[in-house]
Design a protein around this ligand. Structure first.
Ligand code: PEP
Ligand code: MG
Length: 845
């Protein structure tokens, strides 16, 4: 039998593999190789089980040949990946009237009756497919239960309960094989990622009963806590039990280790306890994984029925991987490969404990991970007032704009009706680590009435408490149980190992000193994008900014900019000092000036007052500046060309800040980046002026400094003309948010409305604002990179759009020879790990 690949006694060298017999069979072989006390087991291959489902039964005599006559058996599923599930195990096969009498003598009548009753029950429901209700009133223990179960079977089937063990086993195999091939089971496992033709293996194992004289029972044991990942003996044990009895929430299982609170396995069967710990330790070392041991004790002797990889939370996964590497069981590279990068998201933020009850009231796009609870507020000002009172709040907006940024900083979470992965709320949320759900279109947002109405008509008003789960895109009523964020030693250790492996740089997008501190904390290698517009939204600056926008002539504009210069200089100095010598790339002003102006009547009036102008004048000018399509209008470098004084002021602030930072011990070569370029001449014109500013600052201060000028590639034309543009740029940074918007002709702020329909119908495989479109936008990236490097081989290439933090985009950028990616600070750890994994995979190949 040993060499029959389809019905195989599991010995150390039996021809079995996870691909042909399933993970459980393979694991049992590993345990057999370690000479652990595994009951005799026969593995049936995927092929054999497939045939059984089609009615072609295996040679039952051959299958039963390794087992003693009269031995009870169990059958368990063995799918390729344990997560794909499978039919439940069936125990005590072979139980019949004769065996009952025999076991009554050996174990006592009650125990024998229980084993028989259990088998009749599971056979009736799972194999004969009798209605489970029939057994509702019938227990599992003792003779009365047995008689009732047998009578129920006979009543329902008009047949005597099958007595031939070979018949019983054949029927069990058939029912399990067919259950696997059923439509609902197939859909269920496909939902977990299994292929349509995923196979099922089965193991037929000699039963260790768990009942009888001396200490008998069953349980599970593991050396580590699956929630925390800390080394801690965990598990359950129940005397006189089998199968999953000990795991049944209703029973009082024993402690494993000696415990003052009650009896323990260690007290009852110290030798068995010690043997189990030894077995579990050996499994950890040799299977190179934290395993849960499923065991049975018979009269003090231990049998190992199975070993299963310990289920773990993301935070436990990190601790376990690091600990296994520190103990020399796996390499550091293996530890890095064992943690999915996205799992780190759950460590960086508080999370909803999804094992606890929660009241789901709406869904949207999971735009920024983490979860927070607070009272609903409908404006940024209320969010700030709420923060001032020390009260947690959730900022609810139709969508957010730069004016809301301060409110977002004050809020604990943000919920918007509109938007997608690159909408304003999403980008800012991720940047500052604020949980955020956007595009919650199935809820009704009534901003004037300050009401939020759910699909089923529930109303939430200002002040009501909700929870925003930005990891899963859910809105929950009230408070819910949360898991704390943990940046523990294991996390830091793992990322330290990641940095030693990776070969692409990771910078952070950071606009404020707080962002820069987060970037530093997460060990970003610099700032890849500082969006300067966010610096102008503080009340005191905004008024001066508006004055500048309203200036009638260059002289007045300069006067207003003179007042902005010191604040910009202070911003940049702080940024440079925080980054302490790491590179910082500053983008010159990008948004249309119109975004800095008030949009409602009250705002116009306040502005008229501040600028001492008639209201009608203000309203007229605000209206005159409105654009039909502002994202394609007067913004980015177009501002730099037409209102050059703004960029002059910013360049001066950057240079003066660089000098100050150098004096403070943080020398820097600032990188200045021009947004929304589409033509070489734009770059030349801006460069000319910036060079002039640099020369002026040098001669005024007598200080020497250097700087780099680069271009943000956000328009398809900039990518196509990269060879021209590279003549005047020392770096190109691909802004894939705008580049995606312009390549598709798809509004990044409005696409949320139809994106799910597009993805559901397979028009787009994914939201291209979330997952880089490698076919279209990607081609522009490769083309731009190649053309740019042809002109200037040492051209520094990077990606700074929101895609920068995604593992798939990092793989793309690495392959295209980019120097670094830049992403929101809170995504830096994920990017560091993903980059390390890519480098390791390359090294292994
Ligand atoms: C981009 O367009 O990819 C980008 C990074 O700039 P922003 O998101 O500020 O437009
Ligand atoms: Mg952009």
């Amino acid at each position: 039998m040993q060499n029959n690949p389809h019905i195989t006694l599991i010995t150390p060298d039996a021809p079995v593999s996870a691909d042909t017999h399933g993970g459980r069979t393979k694991c049992l072989q590993r345990l057999v190789r370690l000479e652990l006390p595994v009951p005799r087991t026969v593995g049936l291959s995927f092929d054999a089980v497939h045939k059984i489902a089609r009615g072609v039964m295996p040679d039952m005599a051959l299958l039963l040949s390794p087992f003693d006559t009269g031995e009870l058996l169990c059958v368990r599923p063995s799918s390729e990946d344990p997560d794909w599930g499978g039919p439940g195990a069936i125990l005590n096969i072979g139980m019949n009237d004769a065996r009952y009498l025999e076991l009554s003598d050996r174990l006592g009548q009650e125990a024998a009756a229980s084993l028989y009753a259990r088998f009749v029950h599971s056979y009736s429901v799972l194999v004969a497919r009798l209605d489970p209700d029939v057994f509702d009133e019938i227990g599992m223990e003792g003779q009365a239960s047995l008689s009732a179960a047998l009578a129920a079977y006979e009543d329902e089937t008009d047949e005597i309960f099958p007595q031939d063990p070979a018949v019983q086993l054949g029927e069990v195999l058939r029912s399990m094989a067919r259950a696997w091939e059923g439509t609902s089971a197939r859909l269920l496992r496909q939902g977990k990622g299994a292929p349509a033709d995923a196979g099922l293996g089965l193991v037929v194992q000699s039963m260790a009963l768990g009942f009888g004289a001396g200490e008998c029972g069953s349980g599970v044991l593991q050396l580590v806590d699956g929630q925390t990942g800390l080394m801690q003996l965990t598990g359950r044990y129940l005397s006189q039990s089998q199968g999953r009895d000990a795991l049944d929430g209703g029973v009082e299982a024993l402690f494993l280790e000696r415990d003052p609170r009650g009896p323990s396995l260690e007290d009852l069967a110290p030798d068995a306890f010690e043997a189990l710990i030894g077995h579990a330790t050996l499994m950890r070392a040799k299977l190179r994984e934290e395993m849960q041991v499923e065991f049975v004790i018979e009269d003090g002797r231990v049998h190992l029925l199975d070993g299963v990889r310990v289920a773990r939370t993301p935070r436990a996964a990190v601790r376990i991987a690091v600990r296994l590497a520190e103990d020399g069981i796996i390499t550091r590279q293996e530890a890095l490969m064992r943690v999915p990068p996205s799992a780190l998201n759950e460590l960086l933020h508080k999370q909803v404990d999804r094992t606890r009850p929660r009241d789901l009231v709406g869904r949207g796009v999971a735009a920024s991970p983490g979860a927070a609870t607070g009272r609903i507020v409908f404006s940024a000002a209320e969010a700030q007032a709420s923060a001032a009172r020390g009260e947690a709040c959730v900022l609810v907006r139709r969508e957010t704009s730069p004016e809301d940024v301060r409110g977002m900083h004050a809020a604990n979470a943000v919920l918007t009706e509109r938007g997608g992965m690159t909408s304003h709320a999403a980008v800012i949320g991720r940047g500052i680590g604020l949980p955020c759900v956007v595009g919650a279109t199935e809820m009704r947002f009534q901003m004037r009435k300050q009401m939020l109405t759910t699909r089923d008509g529930r109303v939430f008003k200002a002040g009501d408490v909700i929870t925003v789960d930005g990891t899963h895109g859910e809105v929950l009523a009230g408070e819910v149980a949360m898991l704390e964020a943990t940046l523990d030693d294991a996390f830091q250790t793992l990322l330290g190992w990641a940095d030693a492996e990776r070969d692409i740089g990771i910078r952070a997008n950071a606009d404020t000193p707080a962002d820069a501190k987060a970037a530093k904390m997460f060990l970003a290698q610099g700032i890849g994008l500082c969006r300067t517009e966010h610096m102008f939204f503080d009340d005191d600056r905004l008024t001066v900014m508006r004055e500048m926008i309203f200036a009638d002539n260059s002289e007045d504009r300069r006067a207003a900019l003179e007042r902005l210069l010191p604040v910009q200089r202070a911003d940049f100095t702080e940024l440079f000092c925080t980054m302490a010598g790491l590179p910082v790339c500053i983008r010159l002003l990008d948004p249309p000036l119109h975004e800095f102006l008030p949009s409602d009547h009250a705002g116009h009036r306040a502005l008229a007052e501040a600028l001492n102008l008639p209201l009608s004048n203000v309203t007229r000018r605000v209206e005159a500046m409105e654009e039909y399509n502002p994202m394609l209008g007067m913004r980015g470098v177009r501002l730099g060309i037409t209102v050059p004084e703004i960029y002059d002021m910013q360049a001066r602030a950057i240079f003066e800040a660089a000098i100050l930072a150098g004096e403070a011990g943080a020398p820097i070569v600032p990188e200045i980046m021009i947004p929304l370029v589409s033509a070489k001449r734009e770059v030349e014109l801006v460069k000319m002026r910036i060079d002039m500013v640099a020369a002026a600052v040098r001669s005024e201060t007598n200080a020497s400094f250097d700087y780099k000028l680069g271009v943000m590639v956000e328009t398809p034309r900039a990518a196509l003309r990269a060879h021209d543009i590279a003549e005047t740029a020392s770096f190109l940074s691909f802004g894939t948010n705008d580049l995606t918007q312009m390549t598709y002709g798809l509004s990044r702020d409005d696409a949320g409305r139809f994106m799910s329909a597009y993805v559901n119908q397979g028009v787009f495989p994914e939201d291209p604002f979330h997952t880089l479109d490698v076919d279209g936008v990607g081609e522009l990236l490769i083309l731009g990179a190649k053309r740019g490097r042809k002109t200037r081989p040492d051209l520094v290439l990077s990606m700074c759009g929101e895609h920068g933090g995604n593992p798939e985009s990092i793989a793309f950028c690495r392959a295209a020879g980019f120097d670094y990616v830049s992403c929101s600070p809170f995504r830096v750890p994920v990017a560091r790990l993903a980059a390390a994994q890519l480098a390791i995979i390359d090294k292994l190949e």
